[in-house]
Design a protein around this ligand. Structure first.
Ligand SMILES: Cc1cc2nc3c(=O)[nH]c(=O)nc-3n(C[C@H](O)[C@H](O)[C@H](O)COP(=O)(O)O)c2cc1C
Length: 359
């Protein structure tokens, strides 16, 4: 065997089985230190709530955030069929105020991942993220979401397909630390081998769902693995972050490039504005009504009004009389009913309306 052939053989041994394509960093390369990402949350961070967050967290202005938005996760297998696509397209609505915005998709079928990633590019998203962390039984049964952690051998083909579809958009992966135990020592290098722009790590296994606190020591160890690889891949920690200040502190203490915030956004669209620390009860309830109007305008053809009730639970809390008002909102099914309950409350609780709550 001549020298060139020998060299090629040695080099190919160190390569993943599939050539996954170039590492495109895109907008991820331009983010500030300790950046903060709004998490994808199905039926929560939809187009309506993201619009409200962008407005009230003063996205794009000094002290405003988040630095990155995500869509809810969308099934590539559905998007690959005309009927399924029609039903799912509302998940990809976004406004310019939400940039940079990443479209999150899931599947374990490379052909469908490629179709979906291409669609994301055509729709003008700034990035494509592959969900490899969803613990839902039906998703995992398809081998997608957390199911991907069980089949790391499929990873190169999935990421290569996403990159082919995404073209000049960066491709990232959001995942968990393992299926039933911590697998970061093998799982994170497997993802890194595929040259992705960013890895977002939720510090819990699939097995524990969200029942115990996220393990930031594991996130810190994964950050070391990413840094030691010498790749430009951004690494973002996720789990139990309650505020921008805490997210930035966690970045510093655990060596991550960014932090992602999910459940702490319930009832608090001001969370990413570092200059805003308080809202009055009146302000909060008025924004809740505005959020409801945006939901009706943007999504009432596609989603059930019941989706808003998770938000009502969170907006209407932490002040005298909240329980009664919350119960009325939970039993209501139209904007008019909700508005009338809020107006009654504000008229009959004038002292509470001006009470200040932390945000
Ligand atoms: C209601 C709900 C919906 C979620 N939907 C998604 C999703 O579509 N895609 C995803 O990657 N993670 C999803 N997650 C997980 C969150 O993005 C996040 O990883 C998790 O809640 C941990 O972060 P936290 O402790 O800040 O809440 C969802 C979580 C919740 C509570």
């Amino acid at each position: 065997m001549n020298l060139i052939k020998q060299l090629k053989k040695i080099l190919s041994k160190n390569k993943p089985a599939t050539e996954t394509g170039p590492l495109v960093m895109g907008f991820w390369a331009d983010l500030p230190d300790d950046f903060i990402v709004l998490a994808p949350m199905a039926d929560v961070t939809d187009n309506a709530y993201r619009k409200i967050i962008a407005k009230y967290s003063r996205t794009g202005q000094p002290g405003g955030g988040p630095d990155v938005f995500y869509t809810e996760f969308v099934a590539c297998d559905g998007l690959a069929h005309p009927e399924g696509k029609k039903k799912l397209m509302h998940n990809f609505r976004y406004s310019e105020a939400e940039r940079p915005i990443v479209a999150q998709i899931f599947s374990n079928k490379p052909a469908n991942v490629e179709v979906a990633a291409r669609l994301c590019r055509e729709l003008g998203f700034d990035g494509v993220d592959l969900n490899m962390g969803c613990p839902d039984k039906n998703v995992c049964k398809q081998g997608a979401g957390c199911g991907m952690i069980k089949t790391p051998e499929l990873l190169p083909d999935i990421i290569a397909a996403a990159k082919r579809g995404a073209g000049d958009l960066p491709v990232s992966v959001k995942t968990r630390v393992g299926w039933s135990q911590n697998e970061i020592e093998t799982w994170i290098p497997a993802i890194l081998d595929c040259d992705v722009a960013a890895i977002i790590l939720h510090g819990r296994t699939r097995k524990v769902m969200s029942k115990i606190p996220a393990n930031w020591d594991w996130i810190a160890r994964a950050a070391e693995i990413v840094k030691a690889s010498g790749k430009p891949t951004k690494f973002i920690g996720n789990g139990d972050v309650q505020s921008v200040a805490q997210g930035k502190d966690y970045c510093q203490r655990h060596g991550t490039d960014g932090a992602m915030i999910a459940r702490a956004i319930f009832g608090n669209p001001w969370i990413f504005d570092t200059e805003k620390t308080e809202v009055t009860v009146k302000e909060k309830l008025e924004v809740m009504l505005e959020h409801t109007r945006v939901f009706i305008d943007e999504l009432s053809q596609d989603k059930n009004f019941a989706v808003m009730k998770k938000h009502y639970k969170a907006y209407v809390a932490g002040f005298d009389g909240a329980k009664e008002l919350r119960m009325k909102c939970m039993e209501s099914n139209t904007y008019e009913e909700i508005e009338s309950h809020v107006q009654d409350f504000l008229n009959t609780h004038r002292n509470i309306a001006h009470l200040k709550l932390p945000c």
